[in-house]
Design a protein around this ligand. Sequence first.
Ligand code: ADP
Length: 176
Amino acid sequence: METKINQTSIVLVCGDITKETTDAIVNAANEYLISGGGVDGAIHDAGGPAIMAECRQIGGCPTGQAVITTGGKLAAKYVIHTVGPVYHGGNKDEAELLQSAYRNSLKLAREKKLQSISFPAISCGVYGYPQKEAAHLAIKICIEFARENTDIKLIRHILFNRKIYDIFSEELSKLV
Ligand code: ADP
């Protein structure tokens, strides 16, 4: 599924983010930037140890913020590591923190003059965010960013299975 906002294409696909050829891929990291499972484990496995070495130098990343490393052996030139919130029922600022994670990743890409970026479904795995709400916020922030900034030409959301792809598609249809 694809839509265009101003000069930015927003694309949803089912797939594996480690295969992406955008300028940057986003990692759903943890605050310690220590390799875990899920998409983080897949990115470090595919990208090789250089990415973790850079993460160790950076030292950590608070929830809602984002940091950048090179892409190691990945096709993508950079990995933007952001930390989404762990879902604790919705009253712990989770929505604001999830939006910040997307917004700060996009801002960092713009600062680095990147033109394309791929996101996984941040917080939608072990961090337990309700997927429909997470999809709504993810798409909303990307649309807002594309309305206000023309630097990034392509924002891809890489959904790991059909179920979450369908959830993101429904939210995108509602918001455009
Ligand atoms: P979080 O800790 O932020 O919840 P997870 O890695 O547990 O992060 O899951 C985030 C999302 O990434 C989930 O929807 C999961 O299915 C998905 N995912 C896992 N591996 C990949 C991959 N290789 N490419 C894209 N998405 C992935």
